[in-house]
Design a protein around this ligand. Structure first.
Ligand SMILES: C[S@@+](CC[C@H](N)C(=O)[O-])C[C@H]1O[C@@H](n2cnc3c(N)ncnc32)[C@H](O)[C@@H]1O
Length: 271
């Protein structure tokens, strides 16, 4: 594609042959979809989203050949799909759409799964893997890291209470696009599905003496103030992670990782 400096980079796109016209179309499609879609920031988020069946109407790259090489190397299972979808656009055009462009120079938009489908997955009777509940989390990076853990362990879903949007772009970035590998929704404590609720708290019973059932809700408190009163009232068990005296608590995502690991050690449904 030939380079020319223009007000917004679009004339440059129109001048190219074949694929360049596709670039113009793709940028228009991006602008139409951006407000309601989920931003997939970087190659890895796009790779995971495609792998787990996300609807990706538009995917852009500053250097398509470099992105294809990454796919051939790291994700041959989706390399063909990625190559078919990626449209190359100049860096200034992509940065105008995504100001803090990921180092891989790749960005895409995906449709957000229907809330009804996520609620059905989270509330399904006879779930064989736990639902993670984050009770009023504050930190977007923590929420993303937890969604990544939930995806890795095959958890039935992640439900958050409180004001944090678990589909915020920073959460999706932290989760590396793995929102599409589990079910992620914001709920109130009253809306949480049935199932034995194990709430993690340093004052609870030592987790090493327990087997966490496959259909458990595993709940974790906020970074700032721990479990809310409403969540404590709904809890069936308070559970603690081993921790030496004088250490107040573990990081939220670390606590989820340890708890899922403990569940997995006793479950036939763990990966
Ligand atoms: C950073 S901690 C919250 C610290 C907060 N200042 C408090 O008062 O509890 C976030 C969450 O991680 C979990 N957590 C952290 N350390 C834990 C431990 N040793 N045992 C059980 N849960 C723990 C709890 O669910 C806690 O609410």
């Amino acid at each position: 594609m030939s380079k020319a400096s223009t007000a917004d980079g679009h004339d440059e796109l129109q001048r190219g042959a074949g694929g360049a016209l596709g670039a113009e179309e793709a940028v228009r499609a991006w602008r139409r979809a951006a407000d309601s879609a989920v931003l997939l920031d970087g190659f890895h988020a796009l790779k995971h989203a495609l792998r787990f069946g996300a609807d990706v109407p538009v995917a852009l790259a500053v250097d398509k050949a470099a992105a294809r090489a990454l796919a051939d190397d790291l994700a041959p299972d989706v390399a063909g799909e990625l190559a078919a979808r990626l449209v190359e656009v100049p860096g200034d055009v992509l940065r105008a759409l995504v100001p803090r462009l990921h180092p891989t120079g790749v960005a895409a938009l995906a449709g957000r799964p229907a809330r009804a489908d996520n609620l059905a997955a989270i509330g399904r009777t006879g779930r064989t893997t736990p639902v993670i509940v984050l009770d009023e989390p504050r930190n977007l990076g923590n929420a993303g890291a937890v969604i990544r853990l939930a995806a890795g362990y095959g958890a039935a879903g992640v439900a958050t209470t409180g004001s944090l949007d678990p589909w915020h772009p920073i959460v999706v970035r932290g989760g590396a696009g793995l929102h599409f590998a589990t079910a992620v929704e914001r709920l109130t404590v009253a809306e949480l599905p049935d199932g034995p609720l194990y709430a993690l708290d340093p004052e609870g019973a030592d987790i090493r003496g327990l087997t966490l059932p496959d259909d458990a809700l595993l709940a974790f408190g906020s970074e700032r103030s721990g479990l809310s009163d409403a969540l404590r009232a709904r809890a069936d068990h308070l559970v603690s992670l081993p921790m030496r005296p004088q250490v107040s608590s573990y990081n939220l995502a670390t606590s989820v990782g340890m708890t899922l690991f403990h569940w997995s050690a006793h479950s036939t449904h763990a990966p």
